[in-house]
Write a protein that binds this ligand. Structure first.
Ligand code: SF4
Ligand code: SF4
Length: 389
């Protein structure tokens, strides 16, 4: 695999002029916007629109980054559309709340069809030979991925590779969690998805990132950077290094290199120095154990004893039911415990034997009421491993 370039550009504000200049610089460092799009091509911008959330919560790609990328790609001649399929609800609603819809309307960028999808066969897939992809993605000539720098309960970090999961429409995403409950297979699936879609360019909004209980309920953390690359593995590995997280702990990075999607061992950083962005205390899961087990009996026992589990805070829960709706397991691994005929609903409860640790409930809880907690045995094993290193 040839050396990959990752451009790092310092940007400490979402002021539109500053972001515009930073995005122009990042594109120039990689050879200019015209390297990635040609005149009159239909280019899909794929931001992270995980849920309907205000820009300052740092859940979604900031509208200033979306606007700047759109501006420079349009200047290079691209016909732009945009879209994403969130984990819950409609993409248009998330775009509205996140401030992207207003930018898109002002720039006359239509929302692509992410409600319906078509089956695409992918015989080259290492694990997955067939995907259902949103029609809006398939109708585009090319894809530009606009991800957000965040921690993640399941995959430790979410960035360039994981962003394309939103190209799978609606609740079909949950099926992948149910079919591949272990993190290795889930990561391999994401790598195959990127090998199929082959975005032309990856831009990541890391001006204000998210740490801790991500990707939805973590804390905003200024990292003051926008990243650019045509190699998603190199880009995510660079983010890992900024987070003081070993890239080899991230399945999308290691399988990404193994399956030929990119490289994490041969990267040329251009622009500002990587060292200037490293945050040693970035709150992310650095434990050397797996974040999740599998579906067999032994795995279930290990899951219960060792693997971090989602825990609901009864104080914070408003009984909205989102976690019950999004849980991909049948029967549900988080469900109502409210007695028949009760006037008010109580917080749902988890069945940890059934739970596959996909963390969709934690990811999508609108009240930050679900935390991922590591059981005592898991904490002890982690401590032993650290001591032995
Ligand atoms: S999603 Fe969160 S707030 Fe809603 S019912 Fe579940 S735990 Fe409670
Ligand atoms: S309870 Fe939560 S973590 Fe467990 S399978 Fe359901 S959605 Fe995934």
């Amino acid at each position: 695999m040839a050396s990959a370039q990752v451009a790092l550009v310092r940007c400490e504000t979402y002021d539109s002029d500053a972001v515009n200049a930073a995005v122009e610089r990042g594109l120039d460092l990689l050879g200019g916007a015209q390297r990635f799009v040609r005149a009159d091509e239909r280019i899909l911008l794929k931001p992270n629109l995980l849920v309907a959330s205000a820009p300052e919560a740092s859940v979604t790609t900031h509208p200033a980054v979306f606007s700047a990328a759109a501006h420079h790609l349009r200047k290079a001649g691209a016909n732009l559309v945009y879209g994403d399929s969130p984990g819950f609800g409609r993409g248009e609603g998330a775009a509205k709340r996140g401030g992207l819809q207003a930018v898109a309307q002002e720039m006359s960028i239509p929302f692509a069809d992410f409600a319906e999808g078509s089956i695409v066969s992918f015989p080259e897939g290492a694990l997955i030979k067939q995907f259902t992809i949103a029609n809006g993605v398939l109708e585009a000539d090319g894809l530009v991925s606009l991800s957000k720098l965040k921690s993640h309960g399941l995959t430790r970090m979410t960035g360039a590779v994981k962003n394309q999961f939103g190209c799978i429409p609606g609740m079909l995403k949950g099926e992948f969690h149910a079919r591949m409950p272990d993190i290795d297979r889930f990561s391999q699936m994401l790598v195959d998805l990127n090998r199929l879609l082959v975005p032309r360019l990856y831009i990541m909004d890391g001006i204000v990132a998210m740490e801790g209980n991500g990707p939805r309920n973590g804390d905003p953390r200024p990292m003051n950077v926008i990243l650019f690359s045509d190699d998603p593995v190199a880009l995510d590995a660079t983010v890992c290094r900024m987070m003081n997280l070993d890239p080899e702990l991230v399945g999308t990075v290691t399988y990404g290199q193994q399956f030929g999607l990119g490289t994490y061992t041969d990267i040329e950083i251009v622009g500002d120095s990587l060292k200037s962005f490293v945050a040693d205390d970035f709150a992310v899961n650095r434990s050397t154990g797996s974040t999740t087990g599998g579906s067999g009996r032994a795995s279930r026992i290990m899951n219960r004893l060792v693997t971090p589990k989602p825990v609901i805070s009864k104080e914070l829960c408003t009984a909205c039911g989102t976690c019950v709706k999004v849980c991909p397991v049948d029967p549900k691994a988080v469900d109502w415990a409210t007695p028949e005929g009760a006037k008010a609903k109580l917080a749902p409860v988890h069945d940890y034997d059934r739970c596959i640790r996909c963390y969709c409930c934690q990811e999508l809880c609108p009240e930050s009421a679900i935390k991922v907690e590591t059981p005592l045995l898991g904490r002890l094993i982690h401590r032993e491993r650290r001591a032995a290193e």
